[in-house]
Design a protein around this ligand. Structure first.
Ligand code: 3PG
Length: 307
């Protein structure tokens, strides 16, 4: 009987775990659960006899792969798979997959929620501003970017997007104006919503020049990854520009310095909260469970990311 492990330092909602359990057990497989683990050793121990595993932002390193002698498939229940060591998976013939689009609405809603919060000075009793009529730049137009555009339209924002990997017609059909460079996007938009993955090309790519080019009253909204921001540059920009705000779904490494210097101009979630809704957990979790069942029973490799 195939054994499937859910290993989540930040657990799924209980109803999502229940739905995953039903999917796995109905397929005749066994489910094991490791939640809120505090020590890597717990993960190394839990993986040693499993055939498949589902994780969230949990780090599946070469060491974890080394301990998982029976592992055939690892599912990142979510979009970004920068937490999986794909090379180590490939070297051991392990299939790695994500569940694209399954948690995107939750992240898009949070991006707009954080924009409203910052525009209203975090409801601190000070007069704020409105999103209506403001320019919004969507940096990468995947599932989350598209969701942000849909919601932002309802707010009456003027929406621009840059994504060299997506056909322009997709953005144009959504009523979004397409720009030809990242520089143009930042220089046009008062709000930027980031949706790029963290990889060797994007890490620290959001730098001084881009941030300084944003128009007056600028807010950067980061529901992507903290690693894509050049943190020293961000500090410099916030020092030089009294009008610059930074909101991020997970705090940067230099959060203490930002908190000490720029009260009221930043907001950071204590844990990554974008996908932390029961709906997103259920969608991504069930999708992951179904992908495991389809892979083990039929060899289905749709959504494999280490091809
Ligand atoms: C994703 O890449 O899907 C999001 O960042 C969600 O991450 P989480 O599962 O850790 O909440």
């Amino acid at each position: 009987m195939a054994k499937v492990l859910i290993a989540t330092e930040k657990p799924f909602a209980p109803e999502a775990v229940q739905s995953i359990r039903e999917t796995i057990e109905n397929a005749g497989f066994e489910l094991a659960l490791l939640e809120k683990y505090t020590d890597k050793a717990q993960l190394l121990d839990a993986v040693k006899d499993v055939d498949a595993m589902i994780v969230r932002s949990d780090n599946v390193t070469a060491e974890v792969i080394e301990h998982a002698q029976n592992l055939k498939i690892v599912i990142r229940a979510g979009a970004g798979y920068d937490n999986l060591d794909l090379e180590a998976c490939t070297a051991k013939g392990i299939v790695a997959m994500n569940t694209p689009g399954q948690n995107s609405n939750a992240v898009a809603e949070l991006a707009l929620g954080m924009m409203v919060s910052m525009a209203r000075n975090n409801y601190a009793g000070i007069s704020g501003s409105e999103l209506k009529g403001k320019t919004l730049g969507i940096h990468a137009y995947g599932y989350v970017g598209k969701g942000v555009a849909t919601i932002a339209k309802g707010f009456g924002m003027k929406i621009y997007a840059f994504d060299p990997f997506i056909d322009k017609s997709v953005m144009l059909n959504d009523g979004v104006e397409v720009v030809d460079s990242v520089e143009e996007l930042y220089s046009k938009c008062q709000y930027i919503s980031l949706h790029i993955p963290a990889n060797e090309h994007t890490k620290q790519s959001i730098n001084y020049k881009l941030l300084m080019s944003m128009p007056k009253g600028a807010t950067l909204v980061n529901t992507a990854r903290k690693e894509v921001i050049h943190e020293d540059d961000m500090l410099k920009v916030m020092t030089e520009r009294q009008d610059f705000c930074y909101v991020s779904d997970i705090a940067p490494d230099n959060k203490e310095e930002i908190a000490a210097k720029f009260g009221g101009r930043y907001f950071f979630t204590p844990k990554k909260m974008g996908a932390q809704t029961s709906e997103a957990n259920i969608n991504a979790g069930i999708a992951g469970a179904n992908q495991i069942v389809a892979f083990i029973n039929e060899g289905d490799r749709t959504f494999q990311v280490n091809k």
